[in-house]
Design a protein around this ligand. Structure first.
Ligand code: NAD
Length: 475
């Protein structure tokens, strides 16, 4: 298929999904952009790299003011389109909840911009030195299905703030909505700032195009956000990779915890977008002495408790064992509580339930697996030391996120130290760790194995020093 036909096909697909007339987003293939694409949509990596390099040069010439203007434009567009794009993303990906899909787009102005870039200066008898944060050039970014437009947009903001152009290889099941966002951003950027293809996207994305991005000589930096497969693949590359990998966040609750606050927090974080967040509460370890009160607190806060036989039925449906390895069934990932409850053999009278929960033992697959669905297992433990031990075990060394509800400072401190996770949240929902109901800023790429943490524009810069020896010190 040639480039023009391909783009036309993509647009048709997007339009069909939108269920709108052709007055909605469309791409003219006449007079295609640099490298053969248009509005950032490319069917091959080489053409995208040529276009992105040209865009990078223009962005560099535009300076910090232009970067700032582009970021503000992207943030404005994502908020304006949040309701429509949230619906389109849910229809395409079929995971998560509409209200939270929209929220995830509406909060994107919380992603930091150029204000994060700071020059360090050294001045003395020998002259002056400036330590600057320079762009890399063209970044290759892999994005997940769980937050397709949010991750793409947050990456775009941080990476452009740092002065880069980006080529995205989105998850195939969230590629059309990602292409729509890229098209919308590029059109507005081109109209206002005269730069085409600052954000490029490969349509259709495949593992082959991901590999081409990984290996391309003119892409010096990779950013991979996703599960264990892509994390492993990106870490194997010989060039610099920032890897935002999987998590399985444990929650520890001790006898000093405010149980009602803990219950509300677990429902907020674990129920968010049907537990698709990599930071979301995935399993809970509660000390025996308050276990029954904690279960009652969960019900008071609106979660629905499953019985042992209902949990057994749900577990059977929600996990698949192949070649001795158990993994989640895609049919249940990101689905509503009503779908899970049906599999559990019960019908939910209240359709507005955010989270199901119930008592399991440690061996239930809901504990070790990153289920990404709104059922959270609660495991009874004799004391808090055992709870922390199990939290370490089931976090699997991902170094991602852990949560504690306690009012014992020693216990909180001890757990924070031994978990060694990128995010450690105390007495709040996991989402507080991303600046939603807690202090701090937002990002949808939390770089865990490579250590950059909750990414900011700084994560996408390279250090450069300019030294002026023996001069320019004016005092
Ligand atoms: P996924 O691993 O199935 O896919 C993620 C992306 O990687 C997709 O674009 C996919 O096409 C690509 N991919 C997969 N295998 C690849 C390979 N071998 N080579 C190149 N590309 C490959 O994950 P998903 O289902 O889209 O997202 C959910 C997972 O991502 C969860 O494990 C979640 O914890 C994790 N996640 C992490 C963060 C973070 O910031 N750390 C953010 C969101 C999601």
């Amino acid at each position: 298929m040639d480039q023009a036909t391909l783009i036309q096909t993509v647009v048709q697909q997007v339009l069909q999904q939108l269920n709108q007339t052709p007055a909605a987003p469309s791409v003219s293939t006449s007079g295609g952009g640099v490298g053969g694409g248009k509005d950032g949509l490319f069917d091959n990596v080489d053409a995208a790299v040529i276009a992105a390099k040209a865009a990078f040069r223009k962005l560099s010439a535009g300076g910090l003011d232009m970067r700032d203007g582009i970021i503000k434009l992207i943030k404005k567009l994502v908020v304006e389109n949040s309701k429509q794009w949230g619906r389109i993303e849910l229809e395409e990906t079929k995971v998560g909840r509409l209200d939270h899909k929209i929220t995830k787009l509406e909060i994107l102005p919380g992603v930091p911009g150029v204000e994060y870039l700071r020059t360090a200066a050294h001045s003395g008898d020998d002259g002056i030195t400036l330590d600057e944060l320079a762009p890399w050039g063209v970044i290759g970014a892999i994005t997940p299905v769980t937050h397709s437009i949010p991750t793409l947009t947050a990456n775009a903001v941080s990476m452009i703030a740092a002065g880069n152009a980006v080529i995205f290889n989105p998850h195939p099941s969230g590629a059309n909505c990602a292409a729509l966002a890229v098209q919308t951003y590029n059109r507005a950027i081109a109209a206002r700032f005269g730069i085409e293809n600052l954000l490029c996207i490969i349509i259709p994305p495949t593992l082959r195009t991901a590999e081409e991005i990984f290996r391309h000589d003119d892409i010096p930096l990779l950013v991979a956000t996703g599960g264990p497969g892509v994390a492993r693949a990106a870490m194997k590359q010989t060039k610099r990779a920032i890897v935002a990998g999987p998590g399985n966040p444990p929650v520890v609750i001790d006898e000093t915890a405010d149980l009602d606050n803990a219950a509300r927090s677990i429902i907020t974080g674990g129920g968010f977008d049907n537990n698709l967040l990599c930071i979301g509460e995935k399993e809970v370890f509660v000390v025996e002495s308050v276990f029954d009160q904690m279960m009652a607190a969960m019900e008071r806060a609106g979660a629905v408790r499953l019985t042992a036989s209902q949990i057994a039925a749900l577990t059977k449906a929600a996990f698949v064992t192949e070649n001795g390895h158990t993994h989640v069934s895609k049919d249940f990932v990101g689905k509503d509580c009503s779908v899970l409850s049906q599999a559990a053999g019960m019908s939910l009278l209240n359709k507005n339930v955010d989270l199901l929960f119930g008592e399991t033992d440690e061996s239930n697959p809901f504990v070790p697996e990153e289920q990404m669905m709104p059922f959270v297992p609660f495991v009874r433990v004799p004391h808090v030391d055992r709870a922390i031990e199990l939290a370490i075990k089931h976090e699997h060394g991902f170094g991602h996120t852990a949560i504690i509800h306690s009012n014992n400072l020693n216990t909180i401190t001890r757990m924070g130290k031994v978990m060694n996770t990128t995010l450690f949240v105390v007495n709040g929902p996991s989402t507080a760790g991303l600046g939603i109901g807690g202090e701090g800023y937002l990002s949808y790429s939390i770089a865990t194995p490579t250590g950059e943490g909750i990414t900011t524009p700084l994560s996408f810069t390279r250090f450069r020093r300019a030294t002026i020896a023996g001069a320019l010190r004016v005092i």
